[in-house]
Structure formats: structure tokens, C-alpha cells
Write a protein that binds this ligand. Sequence first.
Ligand SMILES: [Zn+2]
Length: 111
Amino acid sequence: MKICMACGMPLNNSDDIGIENETGLFCKHCINEDKSVKGCQEIFDGGVQFFMEAVPNTDKELSERITRKNMNALAYWQGKDPSTNAQDECLKGDQASDEEFQVVLTKLASK
Ligand SMILES: [Zn+2]
């Protein structure tokens, strides 16, 4: 399955694909108008917004932890030197538990 390198969104339709570069595929939500990949904070904020809207009873605090867990699980955000701006402060901090994450995935899948 093709997924976005930066946010993990499934790319089932070619419409959803923003760019493909040497790193991999990125969805249309994770790129800027000039086709560059958005920064960590912007993608994080988009993720928080997405989970709050897509999953009932998800408050901002939970949504932030879920987004953090989701992004930290992606290879794109791993192994980056935190001292560079590639990985932002937003990925540090509390993450959702496996149980919380699973509940969200189940709710998303049932939509
Ligand atoms: Zn994306």
C-alpha cells in the first residue's frame, strides 16, 4: 500500500498524491504550493486538526498525542538529527498509548 511519507495517509487515488521525490511519496496535504514538503510543525498541526474532526470525542490534547505517535512511527521523521530543524519540538512529548491509537484507527476505519 502506498502511503504519504510524512503523515501516513493512504494514497489510494492518484489525486491524493502531491509529489514523488527521491524520498518517496507525499500527499497533497503535506506539500506547499511550490511542491516542497511542509515542515514538521505544519504537518503536525494538520494532523491534530484531522484527528479532531475525523474521530468523534477526540479533544485537542488527545489529538496531539495521537498525531505525535503517528508521525514518530513514520520512517521519514525517524533518525533525523533533532538539532536540525528537520525534526521539530512538536514531535517530542507525550504520545498516545497503543490502546488509544488502536481505538482511533478502528473509528477511522469504520467511517
Ligand atoms: Zn501527508
